[in-house]
Design a protein around this ligand. Structure first.
Ligand SMILES: [Zn+2]
Ligand SMILES: [Zn+2]
Length: 409
């Protein structure tokens, strides 16, 4: 939209060649040449989506040393779906560091499809303790050490209003939940290692921002969100002059706004369109509105928030991607926001550098072998060959005992 001042400026450009001698003409020309040099990267760059075979990323691709790579391994919520896992974001840095943000049900299969070794999955940052953000944790914790994660997991997460609502309490329960598995695997399927140790880093959810992690040039800040009950947080990861903000789930908040300033990739949840939600779930439109607005962010409100933040790239996530959900969501966001926008889907990959942001789709296998880190050279040592008692061992029969078949035992 052109306002009155724009019209005056446009008209003045066309008036006369005498402007060539006017000082304001030269100032204008100077600004046209110099402005791109002083604009921030955020203002200059838009999302680049390659075409053809370059639109895909295949497992094992190295990361350029100055880039950050963000892969969406879970973009959905709540309801288990074959095509869309619950929330999980994987951040890899050019210095070799890797971080998971949430670990929702189904997401582990997507990590495996892209052949991410378990040894890279040691640092988990939890936004809140809803199970669409945690459902895959017990399995990943239990099976990592029988692959190649032989070091402790580091789990970072918020406190709650009582100790029983905090991350530490959840991890205590996780260990109890997995006790039979760990006891049975340790020493026979899992070599001697610290793989089943967990270092819990619980922090005060109210801090804005607090520092959850600071190491090797990487800073991960946390800030409170407004979702369900108190105790949820969002994160901002900063490294090498690049930054990504991850917060699901939340209503729009000033904390999020403050912590998203000048970020490169800004992810925010979006609630479903209330009309679609009411129809799909069989509830009234009033009920749908109150359910979404009490804990989540309506598409129109998210569009307004993005328009205020002006991120280099905005990503809306936590939406079930269906024919009847995406269009109303985009329409809602576009009411106020016309900048670079992506609706998250599983396997989306973003390479972020100071120069540009590239979006591709990861192409993996639905039937992968577990991938282990080929650079590891030390030989694992196993404690035992057998953990069963004589009582159980004596029940074992050898069906081929009376034959000469050495392959049957
Ligand atoms: Zn959620
Ligand atoms: Zn939630």
């Amino acid at each position: 939209m052109i306002n009155k001042d724009d019209k005056i400026r446009c008209n003045s450009k066309a008036t006369s060649r005498r402007n060539f001698y006017n000082i304001s003409f030269w100032i204008g020309l100077l600004l046209m040449v110099a402005l791109p040099l002083v604009l921030s990267a955020q203002q200059q760059d838009a999302l680049y989506i390659p075409s053809g075979s370059n639109a895909f990323m295949y497992p094992g691709e190295p990361i350029p040393e100055n880039e950050m790579r963000v892969t969406i391994f879970g973009s959905g919520y709540g309801y288990v779906r074959g095509d869309q896992a619950d929330q999980s974001i994987y951040v890899e840095l050019g210095n070799g560091d890797t971080f998971m943000f949430d670990l929702g049900e189904g997401s582990e299969a997507n990590y495996m499809a892209m052949q991410v070794p378990y040894s890279k999955l040691t640092n988990l940052f939890i936004t809140h303790l809803h199970m669409d953000h945690l459902g895959a944790l017990p399995h990943l914790y239990a099976f990592g050490p029988s692959a190649d994660r032989w070091t402790p997991m580091n789990i970072y997460g918020p406190s709650g209003d009582t100790p029983e609502l905090g991350t530490k309490y959840m991890v205590d329960g996780l260990k109890r939940f997995c006790n039979w598995h760990v006891t049975s695997f340790n020493g026979i399927a899992v070599p001697e290692s610290d793989g089943y140790e967990i270092n819990v880093h619980e922090f005060d959810y109210k801090l804005n921002p607090g520092i959850a992690y600071e190491k090797n040039g990487v800073v991960i800040k946390h800030f409170p969100v407004a979702h369900s009950i108190d105790g949820g947080v969002g994160y901002r990861l900063e490294w090498n002059g690049l930054s990504v903000v991850i917060a699901s789930d939340t209503r729009p908040t000033k904390f999020y706004y403050e912590n998203s300033q000048n970020a490169d990739l800004v992810m925010h949840e979006v609630g479903p369109d209330p009309g679609v939600f009411a129809e799909t779930m069989g509830v009234s439109i009033e009920r749908a509105n109150s359910m979404i607005a009490s804990s989540h962010t309506l598409p129109v409100a998210l569009g307004k928030l993005f328009s205020l933040i002006k991120p280099r790239l905005a990503v809306a996530t936590h939406i079930l991607v269906n024919a009847n959900t995406v269009l109303p969501t985009v329409d809602g966001i576009r009411k106020y926001y016309d900048g670079p926008l992506v609706i998250a889907q599983d396997f989306m990959v973003f390479n972020i550098s100071k120069e540009n942001i590239t979006q591709r789709i990861g192409v993996g296998s639905g039937s992968p072998w577990v991938h282990t880190d080929a650079t590891r050279t030390d030989e694992p040592k196993y404690k035992k060959d057998n953990l069963n008692s004589d009582y159980i061992l004596n029940s074992v029969i050898l069906p081929c005992e009376e034959t000469d078949d050495k392959d049957c035992y």
